[in-house]
Design a protein around this ligand. Structure first.
Ligand code: HEC
Length: 157
């Protein structure tokens, strides 16, 4: 194997390790600080046959809030995280069931040009990144939302 290939391999395995320095460079790293973000909404989907069936908490970082003074366009650096829970129904209430996964969108017009300027990622409940076909598994739906910069959730703050 050439030394260039070895170097590449070393870089890839370093990237995969959970070095905080490298995580800071990866725009799609799991945002551990999200509990300090704004939590503009919760969505309950109660149609059992819908793939979105569940209880969804949405968190947005501070940068995202600038979209309100930017004609609804999210600036680079915006991050939106959805916590996807099972739905737990009691006779009088809806609650969070088990956490199924985390869904992340990160805005960078240059990096994610092919998907409306948004990077998409999915994480298991223990925050390990899941392998995705973004075009098929995320963009297929979010691409229909061009009027609101590919974000479904509407909030102003
Ligand atoms: C079947 C259509 C569909 C697919 C596929 C889909 N989404 Fe969404 N997504 C939605 C809808 C509808 C909402 C808003 C309502 C809700 O929470 O169900 C949403 C909300 C979100 C949000 C909160 C911000 C917003 O747009 O409201 C994030 C983050 C998100 N999705 C990420 C992802 C990621 C990452 C993937 C791929 C793993 C993905 N989505 C796949 C339909 C979809």
């Amino acid at each position: 194997m050439s030394s260039v290939a070895w170097l590449l391999l070393a870089a890839v395995s370093l990237w995969g390790s959970r070095s905080p320095q490298l995580a800071a460079l990866d725009p799609m790293a799991f945002p551990n600080e999200f509990r300090q973000w704004a939590h503009p909404t919760t969505i309950v989907n109660e149609s059992p046959n819908d793939p979105r069936y569940g209880y969804h908490d949405v968190y947005v970082n501070e940068k995202s809030l600038d979209k309100n003074s930017n004609q609804g366009v999210y600036p680079d650096g915006s991050k939106v995280l959805l916590l996807f829970y099972d739905l737990e129904k009691t006779p009088n209430d809806y609650g969070r069931g088990q956490l199924k996964n985390y869904l992340l969108m990160v805005k960078d017009e240059q990096l994610y040009m092919k998907t409306g300027g948004w990077g998409f990622a999915s994480f298991a409940p223990d925050t390990t990144r899941q392998v995705l076909d973004v075009q098929k598994e995320c963009w297929s739906c979010h691409s229909n939302q061009s009027r609101t910069d590919y974000v479904f959730t509407n909030f102003s703050q």
